[in-house]
Design a protein around this ligand. Structure first.
Ligand code: ATP
Ligand code: MG
Length: 273
């Protein structure tokens, strides 16, 4: 079975992206993206560097403003100029490659800050929520630590707990494990897997193909600003139907592999006699 939280087409969309274009000056980065993520669904986005994966995620919570197209979050068009984007953003948790914790706050401080400022929770209430989320990511014994006193994996789990403390309807992950030492990756992926099992709606950019294969309901392969393939992980990762996806996956799954098409068709020169 692909995915840990199977959804049906009748589950309400949490995010619905239609006809999304994004250009930076004359550089067209997203060239017509249509993508729907439904409640409890886990969608992994894979694709080569520069294909627009981060830009797509950043357009969802308006860290980038789309050039054209519509992004609806919980039925609200976030591109509408009248929308209170700060309010909309409270429904979206984002976890980046670099952990983005506030260095001068403890872990607990990091977890309660936005709860108090944005959600206006009391200190006691915010701390209660924070403890629950620290337990969920296995960091209840690190609440008083500063980020610099934590490993990368612990910092990333704290960043996830901070995002969860806002009770988001959607979690966006942008390569959350790619800055980690290999032995720390597993703990973070385990937390993400638990979240998926718990029914969190997730849009995840990752190079972790085993995670994408085992946890996602759907995999989206992007290249050059468009979605080239989309479907169950077994299909997109297991037997991709396009050359672009095949070449990318070969390279990711076996970094030492060099595809013939990348080095040209010509035979090596015969040694001179
Ligand atoms: N703020 C910006 N200004 C100009 N160009 C940008 C900006 N952000 C992204 N780009 C360009 O958009 C393209 C896509 O970038 P993006 O970061 O979305 O790719 P990506 O798929 O996330 O790549 P990676 O796997 O390396 O993270 C790149 O060519 C990048 O240089
Ligand atoms: Mg990126």
């Amino acid at each position: 079975m692909s995915g840990v939280s199977p959804t049906t087409p009748t589950d309400p969309p949490v995010v619905q992206i239609s006809g999304l274009y994004k250009s930076f000056g004359t550089v067209d980065v997203l060239k017509g993206i249509d993508l729907t993520v439904r409640e409890r669904e886990v969608v992994c986005v894979i694709g080569p560097s520069g294909s627009g994966k981060s830009t797509l995620l950043r357009c969802v919570n308006l860290l980038e403003r789309p050039t054209q197209g519509v992004v609806e979050l919980l039925g609200i068009d976030v591109t509408d100029p009248d929308v209170d984007i700060d309010r909309v953003r409270t429904h979206v948790g984002m976890v980046f490659q670099s952990f983005n914790l506030f260095a001068h706050h403890t872990v607990m401080g990091n977890l309660i800050l936005a709860q108090r400022k944005v959600l206006k929770r009391s200190k006691a209430e915010a701390e209660e929520v924070a403890w629950a989320n620290l337990r969920q990511v296995g960091l209840e014994d690190r609440a008083t630590f500063y980020p610099a006193e934590l490993s990368g994996g612990q910092q990333q789990r704290a960043a996830i707990a901070r995002a969860l403390s806002m009770n988001p309807a959607l979690m966006l992950f942008d390569e959350p494990t790619s800055a980690l030492d290999p032995e720390l990756v597993g703990d973070v992926l385990a937390v993400m897997r638990d979240l998926a099992l718990g029914g969190m709606t997730m849009l995840v950019v990752t190079h972790e193909m085993a995670f994408a294969r085992d946890v996602s309901d759907r995999v989206v392969f992007m290249d050059d600003g468009v979605i080239v393939e989309e479907g169950p992980a077994a299909q997109v990762i297991g037997s991709p139907s396009t050359d672009r996806a095949r070449i990318f996956l070969k390279r990711v799954l076996d970094p030492t592999h060099i595809d013939d098409s990348e080095i040209g068709e010509t035979e090596p020169d015969e040694p001179a006699d």
